[in-house]
Design a protein around this ligand. Structure first.
Ligand code: GMT
Length: 386
């Protein structure tokens, strides 16, 4: 009987989409019988319970007075190499290139070139579109993309950006983000919803890590415009540096009473279905996972048209796409949705159907499994590269 490969997964353990995808991937692989070893600085958000075939290895950070900053990259590489050797891992799959691909590269070198350990890097977004382009990281990011045994990106947009910005020529495979559509599903819960909005009020959602790229000013301005024309409440999910300025702005608009900020919500599937629409007006999104999660819950989305969102949202059919500066356009789409029940239901159904048909865990998990098989078979045969 052939042995099922053992996979090491490294990701950021916080609320970001890259950590969520990495965790859901690991959980899915474990259900398929793979031994999955998470090697992270702390347990990923969605990995807080016992799961068969899942193992967790904490990266110990050593502080020392000489270090201005503890070298996480090195501790991670050491833990990766030890885990590979002890548990006979076949693949290290790192999510978000910086610095995880660097640690993976070091770990692969540490366990010896003759070992069959493979390094797979999944690019998620700002590792390419923002931080990876900083002069301090640019040559390293390009180097690590070239040195990985396989590289995937979560959208065709991100592949184009990677080629354009880094001049990368090697195969890059698009494997889109995915959602557990049994967990993220429509749910009517008037009692729970009444905690955030009255029946006659529209409940507008925004969920993110509240960083500048999320364009929080547009969330505040658009909500103010919606609320001026239709009774509405805003529910903010997540935390980050731009949350406090947004709340201040909403207070200045006189809308403080209409806003609830829930902070970090461990299970978004409990809250997303309560909303009437989700606003995601980011300056760009390589994918925009939370938009897909909302769609799976049957919640219409108004998302940025910059980036990879058009790869799963068709404007006017299963959601809306607007330029992040087009506040009038976002407001008009929102008012259409909240004022027209038939339209909202129709968009919600289309959104749910597309999420299930194309972006359910099962469809996408299989693509990662095929990639692992190809990489381990050492057939240089590249997958469906973009
Ligand atoms: O790249 C980031 O800013 C962080 C990252 C994350 O961990 O949330 O977000 C990116 O990866 C997500 C998962 O693939 C995508 O859904 C997000 O669109 C992407 N963020 C951006 O492109 C701004």
């Amino acid at each position: 009987m052939t042995r099922v490969p053992a996979i090491g997964i490294t990701c950021y353990p916080s609320q970001g989409g890259s950590g969520i995808i990495a965790t859901e991937l690991g959980l899915g692989l474990a259900r398929c019988g793979y031994a999955v070893h998470f090697i992270c600085a702390s347990p990923p958000l969605r990995l807080r319970q016992y799961n068969e075939n899942i193992f967790y290895h904490q990266v110990d950070m050593v502080d020392y007075p000489v270090f201005q900053y503890p070298p996480y990259t090195l501790s991670l590489a050491t833990t990766m190499a030890e885990t590979v050797q002890r548990y006979k891992l076949d693949i290290l799959h790192v999510h978000y290139a910086i610095p995880h691909a660097a640690s993976g590269y070091l770990a692969r070198a540490m366990v010896g070139g003759s070992a069959r350990l493979k390094l797979i890097t999944t690019l998620h977004g700002t590792d390419i579109t923002l931080v990876g382009q900083a002069p301090a990281y640019f040559p390293m990011t390009r180097f690590l993309i070239d040195q990985s045994d396989a590289v995937t990106a979560v959208s065709r947009f991100l592949v184009r950006e990677t080629r354009k910005v880094f001049g990368v020529e090697r195969p890059l495979e698009v494997i889109p983000n995915f959602v557990d559509t049994r967990h993220f599903c429509p749910r009517e819960d008037p009692h729970e919803r009444s905690r955030y909005a009255r029946r006659d009020e529209a409940l507008i959602l925004h969920a993110s890590n509240f960083r500048p790229v999320k364009n929080l000013a547009a969330v505040g301005e658009t909500f103010a415009r919606i609320a001026a024309r239709h009774p509405a409440r805003l529910l903010l999910l997540g935390e980050g540096p731009e949350l406090a300025p947004l709340l201040t702005r909403l207070q200045e608009f006189g809308l403080g009473e209409r806003v609830t900020a829930l902070g970090l919500v461990e299970d978004l599937a409990t809250v997303l279905p309560l909303g009437d629409l989700l606003l995601l007006p980011s300056h760009h999104e390589s994918f925009g996972l939370v938009a897909l999660e909302a769609m799976a819950c049957g919640v219409p989305v108004i998302a940025t048209n910059r980036g990879g969102t058009e790869e799963f949202i068709t404007d006017g059919v299963n959601g809306f796409l607007r330029d992040p500066a087009d506040l009038d356009g976002m407001t008009a789409a929102a008012l259409q949705i909240v004022a027209d029940d038939d339209l909202r239901r129709h968009i919600a159904e289309e959104a749910r159907r597309d999420a299930v048909a194309e972006f359910g865990t099962h469809c996408v998990l299989q693509r990662y499994i095929e990639l692992y098989d190809r990489v381990l078979s050492d057939s240089a045969a590249p997958g469906p590269a973009e």
